[in-house]
Design a protein around this ligand. Structure first.
Ligand code: IMP
Length: 177
């Protein structure tokens, strides 16, 4: 167990690099099986999901497409709830098998606000893959199809997730002490 400082806060190791990697491999294997013969279209939500999306995409043995979009402004340690589209979605999703890739689902507000925009385009199917889920924090219930880890309602950093801009580069996931 190691303790690190990010800005003014202490965080301790919560999920090791190996633990994350094993889980990402397992999710990749599930997607390969579930989408055999299909060509899913992954929509990864920036910034936090870039590392998960990259590692997950490497596990795919089926044909798949990927794009990144930016949705939320998330300030400090609480969900701001303000959803802003700053990098748009250019693809036509009609008839596609869409998989949304998120780093973390906290209250569920971000995705709840965003999903109708996708549904409107009439994809053939729409699923959500999230590395982390704070199920205790749910305010907007969502069906999450692929979940890496259900974690307690504590702030985490690392593996793409930040605390006020820092910590994204960490290979492990750390929890607020
Ligand atoms: P939601 O709309 O409440 O589900 O929040 C989702 C977004 O909040 C995620 O995409 C993250 O950007 C951010 N977020 C929620 N919890 C954490 C955390 O513990 N660490 C870092 N970012 C978080």
């Amino acid at each position: 167990m190691s303790v690190i400082r990010v800005h003014d806060k202490s965080f301790e190791t919560y999920l090791s690099e190996e633990t994350i990697s094993e889980r990402v491999k397992a999710i990749g294997a599930s997607i390969n099986a579930d989408y055999a013969g299909k060509k899913p279209f992954f929509i990864a939500i920036l910034n936090g999901s870039f590392m998960f999306a990259s590692d997950l995409f490497k596990q795919l043995t089926i044909d798949a497409e990927l794009c990144f979009i930016k949705l939320a402004s998330y300030k400090g340690m609480r969900s701001s709830g303000k959803v802003v589209t700053s990098i748009g979605l250019d693809e036509d999703l009609f008839g596609k098998d869409v998989i949304i890739v998120e780093d973390i689902v906290d209250t569920g507000k971000t995705l709840t606000n965003f999903l109708p925009k996708l549904v409107h385009q009439q994809p053939n199917s729409l699923r959500i893959a999230t590395l982390l889920h704070k199920s205790e924090a749910t305010e907007y219930p969502l069906t999450l199809d692929y979940v890496g880890f259900d974690i307690p309602n504590k702030f985490v950093v690392g593996y793409g997730l930040d605390y006020e801009g820092l910590g994204r580069n960490l290979k492990e996931i750390y929890q607020l002490v």
